[in-house]
Design a protein around this ligand. Structure first.
Ligand SMILES: NC(=O)c1ccc[n+]([C@@H]2O[C@H](COP(=O)([O-])OP(=O)(O)OC[C@H]3O[C@@H](n4cnc5c(N)ncnc54)[C@H](OP(=O)(O)O)[C@@H]3O)[C@@H](O)[C@H]2O)c1
Length: 277
């Protein structure tokens, strides 16, 4: 990575991305971060040797890529701080902010090249997936820059922006949903007499091994199920119970609820037009 990257917000997802980038060989000196209280930026600096800036302006000035990694309600203040900051030539603003349309960013920072990105925390282990969507009028080179930033951290996909809230619910939240499943699986083993440690290892490896199988060439969930479940056997009995108890419906409802919440607090730019930043 040859660009200078500034992280505005040094919380969970910034830490995952920075950790993945440094593990992939990015020079810590090319990365800097800033956080509201300074604690997050200091922690990132101590852990990965990256720079800690004292202000949003100081972090973003001259950066080739500015990564917004704050919550939606924190975004208007950050965009105000970014207005007029002299970014690097051809600088790209990569927004990880959930529920924040690219127009909301360009309304506050006219002329900026904005790409939305939804990474998941598995980017820390360089086994993540990042979904990109460029804003209208965004130069194609900006999407290439964003793709190059996340490519060393796992898969990179692109979707139209109106699907990004769904992507956040399924993929951004995905590791938490799967970890929740693994925890429930382990607890079921404990209820049957396994020690908590053994059950946790078995559940974690079920997830890890299945992930490897599912991401292999030509793999499908049905093919993996078929590899395990023999007709009339115990896996089939367990799967039938999951279906009868409504696991697919529960997951559908979980994703629906997350998308609803995200759409309910959507920043579109209309807010900044009616109340100037
Ligand atoms: N976590 C994920 O897996 C994930 C995945 C994809 C996208 N996202 C999105 O990424 C964004 C951040 O999520 P997160 O989980 O990383 O949140 P988080 O852990 O709560 O971190 C938020 C960070 O933003 C900083 N911040 C807040 N206001 C600021 C300001 N005015 N100037 C500079 N820094 C400021 C906070 O600093 P202080 O700590 O000092 O307050 C903190 O470092 C959200 O929009 C989220 O939806 C998250």
């Amino acid at each position: 990575m040859s660009e200078t990257v500034a992280f505005i917000g040094c919380g969970r997802i910034a830490r995952a991305v920075v950790g993945g980038l440094v593990a992939a060989g990015a020079a810590p000196g090319s990365i800097r971060g800033v956080s509201r209280t300074g604690a997050g930026a200091r922690a990132l600096s101590e852990e990965f040797g990256v720079g800690a800036a004292a202000s949003v302006r100081e972090a973003a000035a001259g950066a080739d890529v500015v990564v917004l990694a704050v919550h939606p309600h924190e975004t208007p203040a950050v965009l105000r701080s970014l207005a007029g900051v002299p970014a690097g030539e051809g600088a790209v603003l990569v927004s990880l902010v959930a529920s924040c349309r690219t127009e909301a960013v360009t309304a506050a920072l006219p002329g900026s090249a904005v790409v939305r990105a939804v990474p998941n925390v598995a980017v820390a282990a360089r086994r993540g997936v990042t979904v990109l969507s460029s804003g209208p009028g965004c130069p194609p080179g900006a999407a290439d820059t964003a793709r190059a930033l996340f490519a060393p951290l796992g898969e990179v996909l692109t979707v139209p922006e109106d699907l990004m809230e769904t992507v956040s619910a399924l993929s951004g939240a995905g590791p938490a949903l799967v970890a929740h499943f693994a925890q429930a699986l382990a607890r079921a083993g404990v209820a049957q007499g396994l020690s908590p440690d053994t059950a946790a290892v078995l559940a974690a490896h079920a997830v890890r091994g299945t992930g490897a199988l599912l991401t292999g060439p030509g793999a499908t969930p049905d093919a993996v199920v078929e590899q395990v479940a023999s007709p009339g056997g115990m896996t089939e009995a367990a799967l039938r119970t999951l279906d009868e108890q409504g696991l697919p419906r529960s997951l559908r409802q979980a994703v629906d609820a997350a998308v609803r919440l995200s759409l309910g607090r959507l920043l579109t730019g209309a807010e900044s037009r009616s109340a100037p930043l």
